[in-house]
Design a protein around this ligand. Structure first.
Ligand code: GAL
Length: 668
């Protein structure tokens, strides 16, 4: 079951409960002007829908759904469980979350609950069921949006009990299970041996360094516990509306609480929220990073961009406005990579509350504003592109995405400041993006042979299955690149002994014997004229070709970057952090070796091109010009934004976008 595409979905979070009925009438007219066809309703409406435990007030929501339906707007109906009402706190104080240091939190914000608390789970399931019963058969209802951005974790006694259950499932019950747990957590270290299950606790604040295996299991546990909470609501909803698809929205770019692979298969369509954190090319590349992950988590199916901001970039300590034209180009970036929607948080800027100053499709200034005019223009464009709905994106290269490694890197005491899994993954995905190559993401033990090239940055933790899959992939002809501290640990977060990349020494033809992190701000020269930063490793080539060596410092004369032919394939190892141009040069060499081509050959830097493929050999070429000058691109067909015929060459104006329905002549 997937969300049935009927054109592309355009609109956003709609919170009419914050407004009077006069504004509701104005909203109807403005949505029509902006060609809004989708509204996400009810995300934070629990206290209005259930003002007292067990007493429901659905009248206002009936009216909202009816109005939207009359206006031709489909509804994504949210279950409001991300923000329990104040009565819930007083009725169930034990369901309020507790921090790792033992502080209990109170209502007054949002996401304040422990998702492992039975009272919360009962209440969440009940309101989801009531909503599904009430709106089953409502003609506006197109998609269920369970919860909002699952990700809140807790360290309370309920969480402790649920954690022990999860651990028993993983390691076994009774004394044998406890022995397996002791082994997995390496509790011989620092006298942590458990002699009874009741002694096993969440990793609460400790006097000194916590146990990394315990921390990792706690991350895994919460991903699974939150997924169980999602499943309960989903199953309750499906009892009443079996044919309405269900989603939940993942929060990007770097909020890494869920194992997205496990979640992607439990929902009918993947939906993500994406807020830019950088203004320039980093931001453009980040949209691609978002889109490629969202598509991959849904196994290539079209996905939904559930939230973006009409004019806001969270740039470090300062929020920036998007420049004119940026919203359109960004939106095309998501569509290009397989989104079937352009949705925003939110339709109308809130008059009060913590997000009062957040951008919206209708800003506080009202419709007579640059933002609303651009929103209306975007609505027109999205409508014109309706025919791409349901089409998909193909990739010859993939980047490994691994939640375990991300979590392990949070916990590694020796991980230098500024080194994070998401940042490493983003930076190498960015190198592919700059090379004009579209890539998927893939789990380390996933279907690797589907790709000519697999990049595995920051893959520090690899399970035995992952090791076997990587080995077979290279042996079978694949090209693999792995970076520093690759495969240093197994899935229990135990060191792989005998040198790293553990279990893959012969595949890479090297043996790393020592990690040598570099002091902040220093660089190490390499023999090929490049330099490295952040990290270096003492490694020996046991058969691998040395592509570049260390040229100064204590490792001078030893290999830094290697390449090894293994079976039918090739395995590259990069033992230091390469920035910018050096990363691009290496990427170009690796891509050429693997035979991976850009979407459009010879595209100038800053011109992004992505192709979506439909049934019957149809295809659409999306071209985004991120530069300040016109860019030519080879294409043939019909440009959908203007309706003009393109015969061989398309010139894209500075900052503009084009979408060509190809007639075959332009495709390489
Ligand atoms: C999202 C969230 C929205 C809103 C938005 C602000 O993460 O789902 O409710 O808070 O951020 O950027």
């Amino acid at each position: 079951m997937t969300a049935k595409p009927a054109g592309l979905w355009f609109g956003g979070d709609y919170n009419p409960e914050q407004w009077d009925e006069k504004t509701w009438a104005a909203d109807g007219e403005l949505m029509r002007r902006a060609r809004v066809n989708t509204a996400t309703v009810g995300v934070f409406a629990w206290s209005l829908l259930e003002p007292e435990e067990g007493r429901y007030e659905f009248g206002w929501l009936d009216e909202v759904l009816d109005r939207l339906h009359r206006g031709g707007v489909r509804v994504i109906l949210a279950t409001p469980t991300a923000s329990p009402p104040p009565w819930f706190t007083l009725a169930h104080p034990d369901a309020m979350p507790v921090t790792s240091a033992g502080t209990r939190l109170w209502h007054g914000s949002r996401d304040t609950y422990c998702a492992a608390a039975p009272a919360y789970r009962r209440a969440a399931r009940r309101i989801a069921g009531e909503l599904a019963r009430r709106y089953a058969g409502h003609p506006a209802l197109a998609l269920w949006h369970v919860h909002n951005e699952y990700g809140t974790v807790c360290w309370c006694d309920h969480a402790a009990a649920a954690f022990r259950c999860w651990l028993r499932d993983r390691y076994g019950t009774g004394r044998r299970g406890l022995a397996a747990l002791n082994d997995a957590w390496g509790t011989a270290f620092w006298s942590q041996r458990y002699s009874d299950w009741e002694q096993v606790l969440p990793p609460r604040a400790t006097q000194w360094l916590p146990n990394p295996s315990q921390l990792l299991d706690y991350r895994r546990f919460w991903s699974a516990e939150l997924l169980a909470a999602l499943r309960e609501q989903r199953d309750e909803i499906r009892l009443h509306t079996p044919s309405v698809p269900v989603t939940t929205n993942f929060m990007l770019p770097d909020y890494q609480v869920l194992d997205a692979w496990a979640w992607g298969s439990e929902i009918d369509v993947v939906a993500v929220d994406h807020y830019l954190d950088s203004p320039g090319p980093e931001g453009h590349a980040d949209i691609a990073f978002c889109g490629d992950r969202a598509r991959s988590w849904g196994d290539g199916r079209p996905w939904l961009l559930m939230e973006q901001a009409a004019s806001l970039i969270y740039a470090g300590d300062r929020n920036l406005a998007k420049e004119p034209g940026r919203m359109l180009r960004d939106s095309m970036g998501y569509l290009a990579r397989g989104s079937d929607s352009v949705l925003f948080f939110q339709w109308r800027a809130s008059p009060a509350g913590a997000e009062m100053l957040h951008a919206a499709m209708v800003p506080h200034a009202g419709p007579d504003s640059r933002v609303f005019r651009e929103v209306a223009e975007l609505g027109r464009v999205v409508e014109r592109l309706g025919e791409v709905a349901g089409s998909t994106v193909a990739a010859e290269a993939a980047v490994v995405w691994d939640a375990d490694s991300a979590w392990a890197m949070e916990n590694q005491r020796f991980t230098p400041a500024g080194l994070s899994y998401v940042a490493e993954s983003r930076s190498w995905h960015g190198a592919l993006w700059r090379a004009g190559v579209v890539s998927d993401f893939v789990p380390a033990d996933g279907n690797l042979p589907r790709y000519r090239l697999v990049l595995a940055p920051a893959l520090c933790l690899v399970s035995d299955d992952g090791i076997a899959a990587l080995r077979e992939y290279v042996a079978g002809g694949g090209h693999l690149v792995m970076w520093f501290f690759g495969a240093m640990a197994d899935s229990r977060h135990h060191a792989r002994l005998g040198g790293t990349p553990g279990g893959l020494l012969d595949v890479f033809g090297i043996r790393v014997e020592e990690f040598c992190p570099l002091p902040d701000g220093t660089r190490v020269a390499l023999s090929n004229g490049e330099s490295g930063a952040v990290w270096s490793e003492r490694l020996r080539a046991d058969g691998a070709e040395v592509v570049a060596g260390y040229a100064d410092g204590p490792l001078a004369g030893l290999p830094a970057i290697t390449r090894n032919a293994f079976g039918g394939g090739v395995a590259w190892y990069v033992s230091t952090r390469l920035d910018g141009d050096a990363a691009d040069r290496l990427t170009a060499r690796v891509l050429a070796g693997a035979g991976v081509r850009p979407v459009v050959a010879g595209a100038p830097p800053g011109l992004e091109a992505v192709r979506r493929h439909g049934d019957g050999g149809r295809s659409w070429l999306f071209v985004l010009n991120h530069t300040g000058h016109p860019c030519p691109v080879a294409a043939s067909g019909t440009e959908l934004l203007t309706g003009r015929a393109v015969t061989g060459l398309l010139e894209v104006a500075p900052g503009a976008v084009a979408v060509v329905r190809e007639d075959g002549a332009g495709r390489a």
